[in-house]
Write a protein that binds this ligand. Structure first.
Ligand code: MG
Ligand code: MN
Length: 605
């Protein structure tokens, strides 16, 4: 029996990050970018006799480079997407698509993937006529040398899957043009087909994560269920922007968080933005290609990791064009906006979006109903770390500042909701917070380590308080988990308790309106207006429409007071200590927190 060592290398959730650069801050960021990950890829490849390199999707959207490239490619000002230029320079072997690939529409996606020197594989997205939208899987044939020095032909099957929820999240782009199948359902068909075609082993590129509440085929994060299909030898997971192996998945049943395995199948999740690469080393016995051993690991981009010059050179002109794009002056804002405290009060960072959405919607041909606005703080620390905050200067602002306030390419939508649905919307939103136990005097964090800031909608046009001593009514899948719990109190419209039977219009985004975050009543069926513009465009037009923007006064929502003995805490960067929080809340530094954060005590006034 001889042995063949095969190394599988992967990136995921690059989100259009190539250069180690933060375009919102307009300065270098040594922790990110495919150019730096490419150096680690080259090292990992150089150490192995037989290596393959994969990407797991969420490639073309998520940075100003992605937005610039979508515009430039759509207008045919460039012929090839810079992410593809970069990946061709790295020499990828295969990739799958992520949910964000669909954000700019199918025509743009088709144009963006053109010119790749490697295949994009995905077996659970279909055209209107039922044909597979992408190549479902491929066989990569490699001549390898075994431990006896004998040349052998190895056929590596590679299969791709993506979260099927794309048909809801990008309904306006996909309706009538594309459909999806569950990840497990599709894999049950295509894994055996790939084997039958001659695959000696199968690698799954899975743009989905690993549900912490157990496997389920229709689940968004079906990584574990995919491992259970059988016949797959290694899995690259993603989408959640977490790390596997690592503590992110400690204690999840059937996940080996320390070694990197899903139901025994070796697996990695390499974070996001090119901050890590994943490596799976398989020891194969030949003949027969039995997997006799596996080792999964992550390698982290360090500040001193050099950027790969070939990758930088391949994208240099796009990088420079993006700098010009983000530096264009667009207007002025009366006050400095920062999102350090946007999770704990009616913050100006979110209110300026409300102001813009309401300004935009008032000019639309809408039914004569009261108009509310929903939006969330998008950059609020969390797993994005110390730099994941919005910061805009007082006075003149450039496009990069507006892009920093609204980072997702959502389309503006107006939905109809009853007073009762407004209450449930806010309950789902308030479920982002942990419960504060009124009997506990030890510090209690308001937020878990991986909270979803983008699922914390506030509603402008109504007033309310959030009582965090109550349990969350919803889980993050929109399921009622505490039927008697109510965190939303004193919900009022025009100063009076809201009429549960009354109808309202809510200006929101395409992600929320078509089911993103599983908000009650938001399943696509309640949309009354689909705007041609994105929420970002509405904000940009709003800022451009006046010489100076004065953000409307806050006070729309606040926390209900908790007992004075309770110490509720929030992590924020040390520089947040110089910034005044929203007036409804007091903050005081308590001392250093993890990862360079400062721990603040939060007290409602
Ligand atoms: Mg994703
Ligand atoms: Mn992603």
């Amino acid at each position: 029996m001889a042995i063949v060592e095969l190394r599988l290398i992967g990136t995921t959730d690059l989100h259009a990050h190539v250069a180690p650069y933060d375009y919102y801050r307009d300065g270098p960021d040594p922790s990110r970018g495919l150019a730096k990950a490419a150096t680690l890829i080259a090292q990992a490849r150089g150490e192995a006799a037989n290596a393959l390199v994969f990407d797991n999707g969420d490639l073309i959207q998520g940075s100003p480079l992605g937005d610039w490239a979508a515009q430039a490619l759509g207008a045919r000002r460039i012929g090839r997407h810079p992410m593809i230029e970069a990946m061709n320079a790295v020499g990828y072997d295969a990739a799958t698509v992520g949910n964000h690939e669909f954000n700019y529409g199918l025509d743009l996606l088709d144009a963006a993937l053109k010119g790749a020197t490697f295949p994009f594989l995905c077996c659970n997205v279909f055209k209107a006529d039922g044909a597979s939208y992408f190549t479902p899987w491929t066989l990569i044939r490699r001549r390898v040398f075994d431990s006896d020095g004998v040349a052998r032909d190895l056929s590596i099957g590679v299969i791709g899957v993506v979260t099927p929820q794309i048909v809801r999240w990008d309904m306006s782009h996909l309706a009538g043009r594309a459909t999806t199948l569950g990840i497990v359902e599709a894999a049950r068909v295509h894994v055996p087909a790939c084997r039958a075609a001659g695959a000696d082993l199968i690698v799954a590129l899975c743009h989905a994560g690993v549900s912490k509440t157990g496997p389920s085929g229709a689940d968004e994060n079906a990584g574990l269920a995919l491992a259970g299909v059988g016949g797959i030898d290694a899995i690259f997971v993603g989408h959640q922007h977490l790390l596997l192996p690592g503590d992110d998945f400690a204690g999840v049943p059937d996940v080996d968080a320390a070694r990197g395995a899903l139901s025994g199948v070796p697996a990695v999740m390499a974070g996001f933005w090119g901050g890590h690469i994943g490596v799976i080393d398989l020891t194969l016995e030949t003949p027969g290609w039995r997997v006799a051993g596996a080792k999964a690991s992550l390698r982290k981009v360090e500040p001193e990791t050099p950027a790969d010059p070939a990758v930088l050179a391949a994208t240099q002109s796009s990088h420079e064009a993006t700098l010009t794009y983000v530096r264009a002056p667009v207007g002025a804002i009366d006050e400095r906006l920062t999102s350090y405290f946007a999770m704990i009060g009616d913050d100006a960072c979110v209110r300026i979006v409300h102001d813009a959405q309401l300004w935009y919607a008032r000019r639309l041909p809408l039914p004569d109903l009261p108009l509310l606005s929903a939006s969330a703080p998008f950059k609020c620390g969390g797993r994005g770390g110390l730099t994941n905050y919005t910061q805009t200067p007082q006075g003149a602002v450039a496009l990069r500042h507006i892009a920093d306030l609204y980072v997702f390419p959502n389309g503006l939508r107006v939905v109809k909701a009853s007073g009762a649905q407004i209450r449930e919307w806010l309950e789902r939103s308030a479920s982002v917070f942990r419960r504060l136990d009124p009997d506990v005097t030890a510090p209690q964090p308001l937020l878990g380590p991986n909270f979803a800031a983008y699922d914390f909608d506030s509603l402008a046009g109504v007033t309310y308080r959030l009582d965090l001593t109550q349990p969350a009514r919803y889980d993050d899948q929109g399921v009622v988990i505490a039927a008697d719990a109510r965190r939303v109190v004193d919900l009022a419209f025009e100063g009076r308790p809201i009429d549960e039977a009354a109808s309202f219009l809510v200006v929101t985004n395409s992600y929320r309106a078509s089911g993103g975050g599983h908000f009650p009543g938001c399943d696509g069926s309640s949309i009354v207006y689909e705007a041609p513009d994105s929420n970002f465009d509405a904000l940009l037009q709003y800022v451009k429409s006046r010489p100076r923007v004065a953000v409307s006064p806050g006070g729309g929502w606040r926390f209900a007071r908790w007992p004075a003995a309770v110490t509720a805490t929030l992590l924020a960067p040390p520089r947040a200590a110089e910034v005044a929080p929203p007036p409804e809340v007091a903050v005081a530094p308590l001392g250093p927190g993890p990862n360079g954060f400062l721990l603040f005590r939060v007290t409602p006034k």
